[in-house]
Design a binder for this molecule. Sequence first.
Ligand code: SAM
Length: 262
Amino acid sequence: MVYGRPAMSPERSPASTAFGYRMVAEKEKQGLVNEVFAKVAYRYDQMNDLMSGGLHRLWKDDFVTLLGVPKNSRPFRVLDMAGGTGDIAFRIAKEGGTGTIVTLADISPKMISEGAKRAETQGLRSRCRFMVANGEALPFPDKSFDAYTIAFGIRNVTHIENALAEAFRVLRAGGKFQCLEFSQVDVPGFDRLYEAYSMTAIPAIGKVVTGDGAPYRYLVESIRTFPNQEQFARLIAEARFERVGYRSLSGGIVAIHWGWRI
Ligand SMILES: C[S@@+](CC[C@H](N)C(=O)[O-])C[C@H]1O[C@@H](n2cnc3c(N)ncnc32)[C@H](O)[C@@H]1O
């Protein structure tokens, strides 16, 4: 199922989703998503900086501060799902004490190998584990993590409800789910400006930097079809998480959502 915002995308059927302005069958989506990230892995950070004007760094810092990682030697196992090249995992490893171990899992071997190289360079290799895995079917036992994070990843998963169910399964009782994702701009006037920017500037920047605008048109479309703050909070609650909440950042360009396995 693809969750859309009816006001913005009335033409979308539940069995299809947008990919670079064309509709693709649900079963094709993951393969196309994988192609996108295989193509952009080595320029991923540069693109994020250009497209967000550096804001993604502040959002990620806020996200990790909110997680409340222990700074002492208490064992704290974090699964950073769709961890890509390590932006969140490395922040957590740096923030946490000696007991903090982060497992970075991602479906893209290219993103993972780029991440592993960076961990080495930053001296974080011993605090991080790397694993190729699909967020919809995790290769981890039940209740094996204290926290599950996912940043700019759940939008790419074909069945969000499967990813949430897996997050719930691998968290221990008392464990925290936390997600950073593009959301719905809720400031009158700014919403139109942001829409215009994302539809034109983002694919154009993508084309200049990587030589191909199509992956970035996909990015924009996937943002437009993702549930808004309230809708996503409901999905998290439906996945059995409790004390679900969210905070919008930068006028709702992104939101941090959380929930606890009690
Ligand atoms: C936009 S990147 C985010 C990377 C990182 N979390 C960050 O914030 O910089 C999205 C990541 O989701 C991964 N991804 C897409 N579908 C996935 C799936 N079904 N399971 C696991 N990872 C997936 C992609 O390979 C890519 O690395």
